[in-house]
Ligand binder design. Structure first.
Ligand SMILES: C[S@@+](CC[C@H](N)C(=O)[O-])C[C@H]1O[C@@H](n2cnc3c(N)ncnc32)[C@H](O)[C@@H]1O
Length: 361
């Protein structure tokens, strides 16, 4: 067994390898699983090396991508492959699978890092996926029809000559190619920020939560709303929005009749009717200040649920996020509020993470 077989691969935004490594180290340690991250800064992924092979397997079976902050995708490594003959990339993958004891998988991902070098591999991955899928089906490593409820096979190219082959469980992985939720920019939205809230609503809430919270006629407050990308998402779900900001809101949004614009300080604002279903906040402020404000709204029941962004500092980003989240968590606990907290570094985020605090519904 070589080293790579005791490890997992986690993709992340390039530049976030340290944070991803810190997070996985802490998550593993909490489970009494031990290892260390191996990476080069800017490569858009890390390999987390466990000391014991069964620790890697336990980790991947117990920690879902959606439970983490920085990883976009994770899989258990079965083999690290150096491709010597570029005319045959399939042979080494099949050979690696033959050496493993995996059972039949339901789908195949052929991915690459989200870097400039990685993007140059996109064409190769697309072209390679078709014959590889056929070869794997012919050898019974893959079901004839895609079955998303089964384990997935991953081939992750780090260059044209090297790839990792691995496996993930259905409920634990990201459903997206390269772990990236791509969205089309809605032409009528006033800012690209709209995609952050759209991605959050689609990937951080269950369908049931989305329907219950973002329903027609429900009320929301948007702190730091201008020019209105987040408000756009709520209004397009027929919600009434109190949009708070000193800036200017897009005229189209105002024309919907669903927006109540307030030129006020988001740190002092109170909901007009004493309560809203959803509080959203995209003010660029210190994370601890935003976290305290969100906790205040939730514990005073000015809002039932909250979705907000926390701006990340240049250093100690994972630690800063954890501290802010723990502050919110302990305030909710002392107010006896039961809520799930999901924190994700979304594809459409830059140097910020999105937090969804959803009360039990
Ligand atoms: C990143 S922008 C928000 C973009 C918006 N979510 C969108 O999708 O169009 C941050 C906004 O927060 C506002 N802001 C910052 N501090 C604020 C405060 N104390 N009260 C109200 N708004 C504030 C800024 O004026 C700015 O418009």
């Amino acid at each position: 067994m070589n080293d790579a077989q005791q490890s997992i691969i986690a993709y992340c935004r390039p530049g976030y390898e340290v944070d991803t490594g810190n997070e996985l180290t802490e998550l593993a340690t909490q489970k009494a699983l031990y290892g260390y991250p191996v990476f080069k800064a800017g490569e858009g992924y890390i390999r987390f090396q466990f000391h014991e092979p069964e620790h890697a397997e336990q980790f991947i079976n117990e920690v879902a991508v959606s439970d983490t902050i920085f990883p976009r995708q994770m899989f258990l490594v079965l083999a690290s492959i150096a491709i010597e003959d570029k005319s045959d990339r399939i042979g080494p993958v099949v050979h690696a699978l033959a050496q493993s004891d995996i059972s039949r998988c339901g789908t195949l991902f052929v991915d690459y890092p989200d870097t400039e070098e990685g993007k140059a591999l996109a064409k190769l991955c697309r072209k390679f996926a078709v014959p590889l899928r056929q070869a794997l089906r012919a050898r019974d490593y893959l079901t004839r029809k895609e079955q998303l409820n089964l384990a997935a096979l991953h081939v992750f190219f780090t260059s044209g000559e090297a790839c990792y082959v691995g496996v993930s469980q259905a409920k634990m992985r990201s459903p997206f190619e390269n772990g990236i939720c791509r969205l089309k920019f809605p032409p009528k939205a006033p800012s690209r920020s709209t995609l952050k809230l759209e991605e959050a609503l689609l990937t951080m809430l269950s369908a049931r939560q989305r329907e219950a919270i973002c329903r027609a006629g429900a009320r929301a407050v948007d702190l730091g709303a201008c020019p209105g990308g987040w408000t756009y998402q709520l209004v397009s779900r027929d919600m009434h929005v109190e949009a708070v900001d000193n800036g200017k809101m897009a005229d189209d949004l105002m024309a919907t009749g669903l927006v109540d614009y307030r030129a006020e300080d988001g740190f002092k604002y109170r909901p007009q009717m004493g309560h809203v279903e959803l509080l959203v906040c995209d003010m660029i402020e210190k994370p601890d200040r935003v976290a305290a404000l969100m906790a205040n709204w939730l514990t005073r029941n000015w809002a039932t649920h909250a979705i907000f962004n926390l701006k990340l500092p240049m250093k100690r980003r994972y630690e800063t996020v954890r501290a802010a989240i723990e502050a919110v968590g302990s305030q909710l606990a002392s107010a006896n509020i039961k809520a799930t907290m999901v924190i994700r570094h979304l594809y459409h985020n830059r140097d910020e993470v999105t937090v969804a605090v959803i009360r039990e519904i």
